[in-house]
Ligand binder design. Sequence first.
Ligand code: B3K
Ligand code: ZN
Length: 889
Amino acid sequence: MADSRQQQSPRPVRLAEYTPPAHLVDTVQLRFELGEEWTTVSSRLTVRANPERIEAGPLVLDGRELELLEVAVDGRPLGEGEYALDAESLTIPEVPERFTLEVTTRIRPQENTALEGLYKSSGTFCTQCEPEGFRRITYFPDRSDVMARYTTTIVADAQRYPVLLSNGNRIGAGTLTDGRHWVQWEDPFPKPSYLFALVGGDLARVADSYTTMSGRQVALHIYVEHGNEDKVDHAMRSLKEAMAWDEATYGRECDLDVYQIVAVEDFNMGAMENKGLNIFNTSAILAKPETATDADFQRIEAIIGHEYFHNWSGNRVTLRDWFQLSLKEGFTVFREQHFSADRYSAPVQRIEDVRRLRTAQFPEDDGPTAHPVRPDSYIEISNFYTPTVYEKGAEVVRMMYHLLGPEDFRRGTDLFFASHDGRAVTTEDFVRALEEASDRDLSQFRLWYTQAGTPRLFVDAEHDPGAATYTLHVRQEVPETPGQAHKQPMHIPVAVGLLDRAGNALPLRMEGEEPGGTTRVLELREAEQSFTFTGVGEDPVPSLLRGFSAPVRLEHDHRDQDLAFLLAHDEDLFTRWEAGQELACRSLFRGVAAYQAGDEMRLDETLVEAFGGLLRGDAGDKALVAEALTQPDEGYLADLMDWPVDPEAIHQARRFTRARLAQALGDDFLYSYQANQEGGEYRPDPGAIARRRLKNLSLAYLVAGGVGEGIEAAREQVHTATNMTDRLGALRPMVAEDVPGTAESLEAFYTQWKDEPEVMDKWFAIQATSPHYGTLAGIRRLLEHPAFNFKNPNKVRAVLGAFARGNPYRFHAPDGEAYTFFADQVLRLDRINPQMAAALARAFSRFRRYDEARQRLMREQLERIRQDPQLSRDTFEIVTKSLGAEENG
Ligand code: B3K
Ligand code: ZN
């Protein structure tokens, strides 16, 4: 069975056991004969012993689920006794110093549902090789520190597969007499096997071009299914923006003659940065106003940018081994976030980055699968494409950016790219380049790569009116995480400011220093440290962790009034938002306590005033106002709640608060709804996006509050909307509240959009996350719906992923039936797509955060999954780690 784990437990791979490859490969010639029953892959490699190794020893190649047809060394086919095969490798004991190796294998892409290696997505052949998919195509040293030059010939039926693509430049093509044709590609850049890509299908091409800063022409080709040509304008524009941004910001120029992107419907993640041939999930590329929301437009631009930026951070300079994954991912996410901040609003971008970090990474860092940004070991590397490696990794790079300042950071990245171009390196090489370029000592800072767990900061303030000093006492604690009991104090940049009682920012001065600006970065290095500001006559309000200067959990006992004050006055827009969220969380937790005690829930006046002030104020940045008015979600509240998490009380308190706020501020929400209407053509520019956001947020509140005019407006808007942002902006709150007319609107929406898979994903997700439609019975119905497809990851994410993550109230229903059902789905999916199954299984990993009854129910399901004799390595790792931490206490 695909990927099945034999009875014994798989052995972890450890960073400490890294050794350079025994053999290097200089050139790879591949020939693919794509067929309906099978595909034949012939490879010809020039191999030599690695001079860095004293003795190369036998040649060991990785390979999984391959049918070996022939293997030859220097043209001589090997007999049976001359090589050894097992489930994961091909070993040739005796090989010369230098030789050519020829291998022919047969694979069945049309049966590949794991979507790793070569597979078919709606009739199109495509590949996904990162991290270890190439070994499902042919036998090869499938590791990122083996870099070679590839020439690829693809042969296929000319009618069915007119488009045949691979990395690099097209150097030849022809037709065969049997109705097949061939195309040959040559990639001039040496690359690791994980960046190999191939596509074969009947696709439409949209072409454009870009002139680089040195005047080179790069052809830009985006391939989509016929009929989707009208949905790539935005992606194409975004690509050109990204290319210009990387030139201006990092001095990085595109090194290709042709940059190709292909959209496929079945894809395990968003997109993949294969050299010169990106492959994208359709959901991460296709957009037109009628079918995509503002959020989709922004996400597409970010992902297009992300994959493009990898051309330097990842491809030109690649990874020595998979433990270094954050070298490319953390850095590239940071680059992507910076790009988006420059394109839209920097503070709003920061808020969104932090929200993602807190909802996905903080819980991971605080649970049984916690691991450092640079992990020490893994069972299945596919499980390590995590929020920690990506998002926390980006935070780590961001902290260095701010510690060094933009100029020195740029000098550092220039040095990094120049000294490691064409090589496979480590996070250590990156940090060292930044140090060399800046004269900063980052030795203690490196702990961010090796220590897991989110540091907690406790801040106490002391004002001495007599001496006119203000002292911040800061204490840090890094919590214990699996395998790391004792932690060292970290180097943490804490940006702070002080406000006087009129709301003015105070110029900051520390003992023996000239007065500086109004923001000061305190560099915390000890477990406990105090920082004293002088010339502070009146007791100020501290503004702490401005811009979220470090990925930590900060605790300071601001009074509610001080939070409202910061929300209204702070010059740092992130901190304003943060104060509003903290205020909202406090109010919500008072509601939780009341609900649990059976008392009446009450709405806090401070919150009503603060929110009313935001709505009525003439705050320039509407996007920021919308962010501030957005309630923290149930998952985030669960993460903040002391043991045991009570999903029901959280749900009820949040629902109550939302409805009461809407009632208390009904006129303001109605006014905001009307004032932010706009006619004219849809444009995804920052101003229009912000207005729609505020308008639809107001609408959602009104619907939640049962305000008649709001419900009417939503019913109307869902039909009359001319873009998907507004249509969903009305439908989503209707489905969340199940107001009269919802079922009809859902049906009408389905009829209108059933042929648009990306739109259907939204239709599924809003139901799966609704307390009314996302009940267990509702989820079962969605899985049986004709538009659902268990083999399509987008559909699985839209229903099962959305249910577990976005509907904790129903997922954690006390009878545990949803748990049993969900575990059934994990097991069913594990046979089809282990990566996706492992991702879903994470829904149970923090079961210890819940009450005894729910714990027992979830543990039972984890045990049941673990006992499956055919369980994949992917799911096995997640499930055993989840249970293991429980056993170890
Ligand atoms: N590098 C890919 C992720 C590959 C994940 C493989 N399971 C996409 C990205 O981060 O750009
Ligand atoms: Zn990436």
